[in-house]
Every structure is written in structure tokens, then in C-alpha cells.
Design a binder for this molecule. Sequence first.
Ligand code: ADP
Ligand code: MG
Length: 368
Amino acid sequence: MVQLSVTLILLTALLGCAGHADPITDETYLLGTVIRVSIHDEGYKDSLIETVFERVAEIEARMSTSEDDYETTELLSVNRAAPDERTRVSPDTFEVLQSALEYSALSGGSFDVTIWPLVRLWKIGSGGTSVPPQEEIERARSLVDYTGLKLHSDGTVSLAREGMGVDVGAIAKGYAADEAARILSEAGVEHALLDFGGNILVIGAKPDNSPWRIGVQRPDAERSRYIGIVRTADRTVVTSGPYERFFEEDGVRYHHILNPKTGYPSRNGLEQVTIIAERSIDADALSTTCYVLGLEGALKLIEEFPDAEAVIVTETQEVYLTSGVERHTSAANRAATGGATDAEETEWADGAVVTTFELTDDEYRIVE
Ligand code: ADP
Ligand code: MG
């Protein structure tokens, strides 16, 4: 059995800023992935990016549940505490748990912040190479129940039952990206691109006031191949899919997004979900939630969020867009499939954000 644990850059910014100075860019490895920050304004120093990385490292050290990487963290303490024992956590961790709990309730437990017993059992992406015994899956599954997580008004948290645990792997990267953007914005940055292992966040538009172009990668192909391109500004674009961390057994792919109801990796016909939103914590939580919910549930949920849009791709290579995304088909693709207009025709009036998705891969089709 081969352990496959690759971190793909799923969404890649397609840069190109003719006429403007080169951005200052730096990258590091944090949150289990490569994170890259590019500032496109003039007059900033590398040290600002260092400050951003230090903040992300602080968030990781508080919220990681990796016993390989950390002897202890706030969340490891929470998970090791006795039933109903209260553990004090930082405001950071409290806020992330609060948000994760909201998404758990909102999705009826398709997203579940207490997924830890299943994550620890499967170890997908951290050494797991085979399907655990059924009785262990059942036992872990019975311990996943977000109603057993209590957030107390004194800033402490507790879990109801022995063996329960929290895991914020589906949402912490988003929170970290928002914090990184806050630091940059407070320092006066108006044009920047943050890439946290495929969780993209852009500040402003590009310096020439054109939209950023963010490639939505084709999940089954090498990095350079895209299904299409999102054009947007002042937004975050986050994808969840089954291909970043997984192992294969008997020809079946077992990936890292788990369905709390079955105890197994989620399997419902979706290939990937990309969320475009204002806050990365929301986009991160929603992309995982929608991936588990499946097509119908995902489309319904996103329409309830005025600030969020989605590009949902099915295993049958159909692409579904929510109502706030303008749809376009590239010229080559239009010839093949008979689609609508070019994205270039979209007007970018000052200050108005128009998010568009341009389909560029003619093996896919947009479902109207
Ligand atoms: P990535 O971390 O690869 O960007 P996601 O944001 O979709 O992808 O998060 C996946 C991670 O979330 C898993 O590695 C695990 O830690 C956690 N997780 C898996 N399934 C669920 C679920 N149903 N609800 C909440 N968290 C989950
Ligand atoms: Mg997520």
C-alpha cells in the first residue's frame, strides 16, 4: 500500500501585472501546507510578511491537534481533559470553535467540529494507510457529536464524554488567512494575494484595478491544468476536494473529508467545491460542509448566504454555479460546447466587485 499524501496547490493565482513593480513575496510551511504572501503595493518590507507568518505560527501552535508536531496545544488539552472538565483557551481558539460549532449546527452535523475521534482513527494524510476495523469506525463515529461541545461564557470549553475531541482542520486555515489579511490591511496594504495551500485570499483588486485571476485546478490533473478561472477582488476563494490527502486500498480512494454519519470518507458524487466569500473562515467551513452535504444541499445552503458563492464540480464533470457568479465560457470552449460570452466583456467599474467564473476546460460543462 502506498501512502499518498500530497499537498497540491489547488487554486493558483494566475499572475501578470505588466506595468507595475514586482510584488514582494515570501513563503513558508505552516498549517500543513505551503503558505505564500505577495504584497503588490510599493514601499513595504519583507518584515511585514514575517509578522504575518509569526501570527499564523501562533494560530497553529494553539489549534493544532497533531501529536506528532506538538507535545501539547490548547486543543490537545481540550481533547485530553476529563468529561465536563473546563479548559481555558485563547480568544483565537474560542472564536474558531464558536464558528465551527455554528457550522456544525447549521449543517445538521455534516460538518462536525468534534470529528477528532474519526480523524485520529483514519489518520488520512498523517500516516494512515488502510481502512480501520468496522467496530473501531463505529466506536469513533458514536463519539462524534457537536452537541457535546460546550463553550462557556468564562472563555473555557468542555466536552461531554470520554474519548470525544475537537478538530479544526476544516476551518483554521481560513481563520489564519483572515488574520493575515487583517495584519496587512492594518499596515495599509491595498493589493495583496495570500495563498494558503490553495485557500486564496485577495486584498483589493490588482494594482491596475483589474480583477485577480484565480485558477480552479482540475482535480485529476497536474497543477497547471484548470477547469476554469475565477475573477474577483476583495474575496477569498477556497476549495475542498478528495485529492489532497488520501490513501488507496483495493482500488478505492479514501480521502480526508469524512462523513460523520457514516464514519467513512464522504462519497456523494461531488468532485470538488469552491467557495467564494468575504471571510476565509466562512469559505473554509462552507467548502468542507458543502462537499459533505452533496450537490442539492450545497446549492441550497449557499443561496442562504448572501456573501458566499460556489462553483461545484461533480464526478460527471458538470459545473454548477450559484446565482451571484457571472458565468463565461472561453472562446475555445465555446466553440466546443456552444456557451455564452467572454469574461473580458465584464465591466469592472470602480469599487464594484463582479465575481465571474470562466470555464476553460471543454471536458466540463456548466449546468444552467
Ligand atoms: P484542507 O484542510 O485539505 O484544505 P478542508 O478544509 O476540507 O480541506 O478540511 C479537511 C479537514 O477537516 C480534515 O483533514 C479534518 O481535519 C477535518 N474534517 C474532515 N471531515 C470533517 C467534517 N465532516 N467536519 C469537520 N471537519 C472535518
Ligand atoms: Mg475547509
